[in-house]
Design a protein around this ligand. Structure first.
Ligand code: PEP
Ligand code: MG
Length: 325
């Protein structure tokens, strides 16, 4: 069983009807990157940069960040790498003094791109390091907690200025560094038509999207099954985001925990998803699950999935989808 799974390292992630699905890795360390590479990942889909800022009282320098990002790019040997700008907030054990302390409601507070834009030089230093790393292989920049077009425009303007500065200083950076938004605040998902033209790609962060959409704290165990992606509102919003992204020719992945759970694969495939980003620990299991599924059958069943009125109905749909293939 384990050996068979191990063999899948070199196999494609291809559905029964021959469609290739991309599996990217969520990573935050050198080990994650190496492990994902060995498993035949399509690239890094979400590199969280928070760890560079935690457990220390001084901010990482541009040089230190550059080396860390460059190593991820080199570690992927030409495969695509998506690095997320800092998603720090009062919920993380921050000793740098960047985040506010004792925010009444950290999940709704100054975090992610809001914090990056609020602190002088913070985003500029990170973008400089990222652009410098782009000279070593394909790199994309992903912005967390976006809730409006304004934020994307501000990041884009800074990115353009920083790129011009670096070129003037003689650094070799990529001609194009795609800029993407995490879709994890419901407002961003709903208003997507108004700013999809301003971004190059998107990644759906279901951990936060579910939390904000259902008003259910992702870390509060007392809520039990209230925190779940198996809710009609969640499925419909994910479907809308994927549909719009595909219609506009922008790549779209799901990078929340939901993507790493093989039992949800039929559902995400039915909703149109072709890119998953997940922790390497379940990458092969997901590959095995996808290789046993027929995409056209699942797509044909999407209307029934979207008609399911509650968790029970969605679970019934999933059970049938599993039985059919
Ligand atoms: C998410 O919100 O789904 C996500 C991938 O980001 P994080 O878990 O780091 O908030
Ligand atoms: Mg998130």
């Amino acid at each position: 069983e384990r050996k068979q799974l191990h063999r899948l390292r070199r196999e494609p992630t291809r559905t029964l009807d021959g469609i290739d699905i991309k599996l990217y890795a969520n990573a935050e360390s050198r080990d994650d990157v190496a492990e994902a590479h060995a498993l035949g990942t399509a690239g890094v889909g979400l590199y969280r940069t928070e760890f560079l800022f935690l457990q220390r009282s001084e901010l990482p320098t541009e040089e230190e960040q550059f080396r860390a990002y460059r190593d991820v790019v080199l570690g992927m040997t030409g495969r695509s790498v998506t690095i997320r700008t800092l998603d720090l907030g009062a919920d993380k054990a921050d000793r740098t003094g960047l985040a506010l302390r004792d925010e009444p409601n950290p999940a709704l507070g100054l975090r992610g791109v809001r914090l990056s834009l609020a602190r002088d030089g913070l985003l500029e230093t990170q973008l400089r390091a990222l652009l410098r790393a782009s000279g070593y292989g394909p790199l994309r920049i992903l912005v967390p907690m976006v809730s409006s077009r304004e934020e994307i425009k501000r990041v884009r303007a800074l990115l353009d200025r920083v790129a011009a500065d670096l070129r003037r200083e003689g650094h070799e950076i990529a001609d194009q560094v795609p800029l993407g938004a995490m879709i994890e605040v419901p407002a961003a998902a709903i208003a997507l038509p108004s700013f999809i033209g301003a971004i190059d790609f998107l990644s759906i962060g279901t951990n936060d999207l579910v939390q904000y959409l259902l008003a259910a704290d992702r870390n509060n165990e007392a809520l039990g099954e209230l925190y779940t992606p198996l809710h009609p509102a969640v499925l419909r919003l994910i479907r809308d985001v994927i549909r719009l992204a595909r219609a506009r020719g922008k790549s779209v992945a799901v990078c929340g925990e939901m993507a790493g759970d093989p039992s949800f694969a039929p559902l995400l495939l039915a909703l149109g998803l072709e890119e998953f980003s997940l922790h390497p620990a379940t990458l092969l299991e997901l590959r095995r699950a996808i290789r046993g599924l027929d995409l056209s059958t699942l797509r044909a069943r999407a209307p029934a999935l979207l008609r399911a009125g509650d968790r029970q109905g969605i679970e019934d749909w999933l059970r049938k989808a599993g039985a059919a293939s």
